[in-house]
Design a protein around this ligand. Structure first.
Ligand SMILES: [Zn+2]
Length: 144
């Protein structure tokens, strides 16, 4: 699934403007990190993935109901995406990054404000000083 020069999704735009409003600096689609995360917060050693519920197989979510036709195709495709997402997160954590996932259904509903506020609280807690210095130094070297 290539992410090259794709358009921002409406969900991503919601997250961007919330981060801006909270004065959190971010970069988009940083290709040098595993899986080129949607949103990278360098000051907080944090990445945010904004996932569409269907494509990324959000568990127990009504937006992620799998099609009844072409079952084999869709199941394989979505399961592959889930696996890829897990792998990306593992790689990023190994490099000392915190990984947060925001789901489409969490920001297109009435819960949106609450979800984003909680996200900002968690971001605030993810200060670089909390992270192991070895991981930080290595990542600094590689990615800045
Ligand atoms: Zn969902």
């Amino acid at each position: 699934m290539s992410r090259v020069s794709r358009e921002d999704t409406p969900q991503e735009r919601i997250v961007y403007s919330f981060l801006r409003a909270n004065r959190i600096r971010f970069r988009r689609n940083l290709k040098r990190l595993p899986g080129s995360p949607d949103i990278v917060l360098p000051d907080h050693r944090t990445v945010i993935f904004v996932h569409g519920c269907f494509w990324h197989g959000h568990k127990n979510c009504r937006l992620a109901r799998r099609p009844k036709t072409n079952k084999e195709y869709w199941y394989r495709k979505i399961d592959e995406n889930i696996e890829r997402d897990k792998k990306k997160s593992r790689e990023l954590r190994k490099l000392g990054w915190r990984v947060f996932t925001v789901w489409q259904c969490q920001i297109t509903s009435a819960k949106s404000e609450k979800t984003l506020k909680r996200l900002v609280t968690r971001i605030d807690k993810a200060q670089p000083r909390d992270l192991p210095s070895a991981g930080r130094d290595r990542s600094t070297l590689l990615y800045y």
